[in-house]
Design a binder for this molecule. Structure first.
Ligand SMILES: NC(=O)C1=CN([C@@H]2O[C@H](COP(=O)(O)OP(=O)(O)OC[C@H]3O[C@@H](n4cnc5c(N)ncnc54)[C@H](O)[C@@H]3O)[C@@H](O)[C@H]2O)C=CC1
Ligand SMILES: O=C(O)CCC(=O)C(=O)O
Length: 410
């Protein structure tokens, strides 16, 4: 399928070492101009490199703020090669007519497995014992070492990851309670707690699986930690902003909490060669991991395929199915017609202005698809015209006041 301009002129900017599967998928789909970076880029360089990019792929470290997106005049779509999309200003992207895609499932099992492993390690006091052995020490003792069986696991955020953690934990004989803002179907014998405080007061191990939202910022601060049982453990593989890390460090130092496992931090290094700084560094009872909850080869390979496919499909065909900030349209192929895509502010009279263009030109519409949200409208029109006529129509569509983006697919 041909896009508005030759695919070799479409620049794909891939950051943060996304899977090579993504690169291969773009190549297989005919995209040859692929700029690949292992790290996230400093803001000034990001603005420079995104300025002529049509498709951009990131993970959790690259912040696509409104200011950065404003530089991206040619940007067609963003792919987050991960679950979280909090690093993108989704509203700004929507206002600019840029759909954002992610991979909502592919790394969930990997996170769940890590969390279970950490719960076992923390309950056995392994981090401290491991650290001491590395220093030449030896404490063969059962003190502070527990089985998981019959312990209470409290899951905050009972979504795709939280539910899998719950199922795996029950397999170990743990008693699972959860807290979520939505009403959720309990899997297995898991039970909803009476609220966050109830969960914190009852759980031996608390694990966090909420997205970053205004409501989850600093959700676990000094007072929530104080509610946790003496000797309890905290696992955070959600987002660094969810926990007050200084309050956590204080509770670990005082002995109120017996251990923690932390994968995500308020400030994370940009890449593998940069220094990691945290108040938790040097604490033997803390498992520190460099935001690798979803970093297994299986997960990354699948994410690479999934998100690259979504970007290619949108670029080639216009489908926005599963976009996180945009009206969703799943489109058939259009072998015998040219396809015009028009993204506009959702204001009264827009559709009639669009359709007037076609009736004025006496152009028959083969198929039309429309989806709107309160801010944005996305209309797709298939027409049997010459290439030149299609380009003219695209220019006329682009001139309609309120147009955000328009393209033609030949
Ligand atoms: N460490 C890592 O490498 C990874 C981290 N993550 C993080 O894990 C988060 C969760 O992932 P999923 O389970 O797939 O998301 P999900 O959307 O399936 O589940 C999140 C759950 O949290 C609930 N929730 C939202 N706000 C809440 C609040 N204020 N209080 C209580 N519950 C609330 C939601 O209702 C939902 O059930 C992601 O948003 C991402 O930030 C995801 C993948 C990898
Ligand atoms: O693998 C990554 O870069 C980020 C994983 C993550 O946090 C997510 O999927 O939300």
């Amino acid at each position: 399928m041909k896009t508005s301009f030759p695919k070799q002129d479409i620049k794909v900017l891939l950051l943060e070492g996304v899977s090579q599967n993504a690169v291969e998928n773009f190549r297989r789909a005919g995209y040859s101009q692929i700029e690949f970076h292992e790290k996230s880029l400093p803001e000034a360089e990001l603005k420079a490199r995104i300025a002529d990019a049509h498709l951009v792929g990131i993970r959790s470290r690259t912040h696509l703020t409104g200011e950065v997106l404003a530089q991206a005049k040619r940007l067609i779509a963003v792919g987050c090669f991960c679950i979280g999309t909090n690093q993108v200003d989704l509203e700004a992207a929507r206002r600019l007519g840029i759909p954002v895609f992610n991979a909502p499932y592919s790394n969930t099992r990997s996170v769940a497995e890590l969390v279970i492993a950490e719960a076992i390690m923390l309950l056995r006091g392994i981090p401290q014992k491991n650290a001491l052995c590395h220093r030449g020490g030896w404490t063969k003792s059962a003190a502070g070492s527990f089985e998981t069986r019959d312990k209470v696991l409290g899951i905050v955020g009972y979504g795709h990851i939280g539910t899998q953690v719950g199922v795996l934990a029950e397999g170990l004989g743990m008693r699972v309670i959860f807290h979520d803002i939505e009403s959720k179907l309990s899997l297995g014998n898991a039970r909803a707690s009476a609220g966050l405080n109830d969960l914190l007061e009852r759980a031996d191990v608390v694990t966090l699986h909420v997205p970053e939202t205004p409501a989850t910022q600093m959700m676990i601060g000094a007072s929530e930690i104080a509610r946790m049982r003496s000797g309890a453990m905290l696992i955070n593989a959600s987002r660094g902003s969810v926990v007050d890390i200084d309050a956590l460090a204080a509770a670990l130092r005082s002995g109120h909490l017996a251990g923690a496992a932390v994968d995500v931090f308020p400030i994370e290094p940009k890449g593998n060669d940069d220094a990691f700084v945290s108040p938790l560094v040097g604490m033997d009872n803390v498992i520190l991991t460099p935001h690798i909850g979803g970093s297994t080869l299986e997960a990354q390979d699948n994410i690479g395929i999934e998100v690259a496919n979504k970007l290619v499909r949108y670029s080639d065909n216009g489908s926005t199915l599963s976009a996180v900030n945009f009206p969703e349209v799943s489109l058939p192929e259009h072998p015998n017609s040219r396809r015009l895509l028009h993204i506009h502010k959702n204001v009264p009279g827009m559709l009639s202005r669009i359709n007037e263009l076609f009736s004025a030109g006496n152009i028959n519409i083969d198929a039309q698809f429309l989806q709107t949200d309160p801010q944005v409208g996305y209309v797709v029109i298939d027409v049997s015209t010459t290439e030149a006529q299609a380009v003219l129509l695209k220019d006329q569509l682009a001139a309609i006041p309120g147009t955000l983006r328009s393209r033609v697919l030949y």
